[in-house]
Design a protein around this ligand. Structure first.
Ligand SMILES: [Zn+2]
Length: 267
């Protein structure tokens, strides 16, 4: 008798759990607009801006504290899929948190490294686009990289990579940085409608990993409190790791602390 009652209670709880998970999933999918809804809402609009800092793009932490947010992009593609182990090993060894913007292409090229990075609590994994395209509603390009051509392509570029990150890590990203850090303002509105903030930078830390050590170090040492620094983790041949390794002890001496983007509001 008693045993039966236990069984019934157990079954009841299991059913309750399944039903509530289903309900949460339903509410969640209702919150995020579908591709059709995004296309219906944004198609036909003409963008007026094209650049790194268009309307709505965040570039700084909203704080007066002496903090810097180091962000490292992993862009992907034939020349952009390498991994700067020296840089990441240094950050890990020194317990320096950072935000990593990773494209779908880079993830495909480095599945094991991606898993290691995403399971390291020092790092937060954010969205650098499924195919690392500049984010345009009308097919604009920059630095010879072709941008997305339509609202539908913008949706695929942003949400496609967000789903990829979510499937691999169990966590939905909060931020999106377009390929080449270039977008129009319609792209920003679409990203916002999908629940992401678009984040570029206030300090150009390595200019696409083209800066030699000295220039990376200078850029870091001249960063104001609350800056978001853009650098790269996919060019081990560049000066980024050496510049970071040179600048960080001095920044710490000056009282700077390093934080992830999600620790502060952005502006
Ligand atoms: Zn990139």
């Amino acid at each position: 008798m008693n045993r039966n009652r236990c069984k019934t209670t157990l079954i009841f709880f299991i059913l309750f759990f399944i039903l509530s998970s289903w309900r949460i999933a339903q509410v969640r999918s209702q919150e995020i607009p579908t591709k059709e809804q995004i296309v219906a809402k944004f198609s036909g609009r003409i963008p007026h801006e094209w650049g790194e800092v268009v309307k709505g793009v965040k570039t700084r932490l909203n704080t007066d504290q002496k903090v810097l947010a180091l962000t490292f992009d992993a862009c992907g593609g034939p020349k952009g899929s390498r991994y700067d182990a020296k840089l990441i090993d240094f950050l890990t060894g020194e317990a320096i948190p950072a935000t990593l913007f990773i494209s779908g292409k880079w993830m495909d090229a480095n599945p094991e490294i991606f898993q290691t990075l995403s399971s390291n609590p020092l790092f937060e994994i954010e969205n650098h686009g499924l195919t690392h395209r500049p984010c345009s509603a009308t097919g604009r390009s920059v630095y010879g990289i072709k941008g997305t051509k339509s609202v539908g392509e913008i949706y695929n570029e942003i949400e496609g990579n967000a789903l990829k990150i979510m499937n691999l890590t169990g966590r939905r990203p909060k931020y999106y940085r377009p390929g080449a850090a270039y977008s129009d303002e319609i792209c920003v509105e679409i990203a916002n409608a999908l629940g992401y903030e678009v984040v570029n930078f206030s300090v150009r830390g390595d200019a696409g990993a083209t800066y030699p050590k000295r220039q990376v170090e200078e850029a870091l040492l001249h960063s104001a409190s609350g800056s978001i620094v853009l650098m790269h983790m996919n060019h081990p041949e560049g000066g980024t790791a050496k510049g970071v390794i040179a600048a960080i002890p001095e920044l710490r001496n000056r009282g700077f602390r390093f934080v992830k983007l999600s620790e502060f509001e952005l502006r």
